[in-house]
Design a binder for this molecule. Structure first.
Ligand SMILES: [Zn+2]
Length: 211
């Protein structure tokens, strides 16, 4: 009698019984969506899980974002972070040495070239957690977001926020306002909130997003 546990789809081809080997394929998860959708909260929540088990980790944030010396979710949950100048991919690579878990917040501020660095880290078996906006105030993918979404290994966890106009849980876009008014499409892509008091951001649904 044939042992069916050794058969896979076809009786002519027994299942390979080689023991499982350790792989060098890490994992990469991208927590993304519009502002205020909880993506940094999700990043920090995961970091707490790994830190609890004393897994070597590093949390990186772009030096461009001067709001806080830590990675901080709007919920108040925060985590210590290393600030890296976004164009300095060497410093970025060095910050990852010896770490098992790599977290990067405000990922949209990094250049698209960062994704090849991340791919190398994946080949070393690293666990990579990213948090960042998918699209800019115009609804266009940031270069780094576009590049990481195109990476076949990326697991996308895309969240919505509450629209600041209709208050429905359907906001997928980030609205930029200048003195409370929507800006034009020719506004610069990167303007950090609070860097200038007159620039503010809101989560908006497709219907209420304005350029
Ligand atoms: Zn709306």
């Amino acid at each position: 009698m044939t042992d069916i546990s050794l058969m896979c789809y076809s009786e002519a081809r027994p299942m390979v019984t080689t023991p499982f080997a350790a792989t060098q394929s890490g994992s990469l998860t991208f927590f993304t969506g519009p502002m205020a959708c909880g993506k940094t909260l999700e990043l920090v929540r995961h970091l707490h899980i790994f830190r609890e088990q004393q897994i070597p980790l590093v949390c990186i944030r772009p030096a461009i974002d001067t709001r806080t010396p830590t990675v901080q979710s709007r919920s108040g949950l925060l985590h210590d972070a290393v600030a890296i100048v976004t164009s300095d991919l060497l410093a970025l690579t060095e910050a990852m040495v010896g770490k098992v878990v790599i977290a990067i917040d405000e990922f949209q501020f990094f250049p698209a070239e960062i994704v090849s660095v991340l791919e190398q880290e994946l080949r070393k078996g690293k666990t990579i957690l990213l948090s960042g906006l998918d699209t800019d105030f115009r609804g266009i993918l940031f270069p780094s977001s576009q590049a990481v979404l195109a990476l076949p290994e990326t697991i996308i966890q895309r969240s919505r926020a509450v629209c600041s106009v209709c208050h429905q849980y359907n906001a997928t876009r980030t609205q930029r306002l200048k003195n409370g008014q929507p800006v034009g499409k020719d506004d610069p892509v990167v303007v950090v909130e609070h860097a200038n008091d007159i620039i503010t951001y809101e989560a908006r649904c497709l219907e209420h997003h304005q350029i």
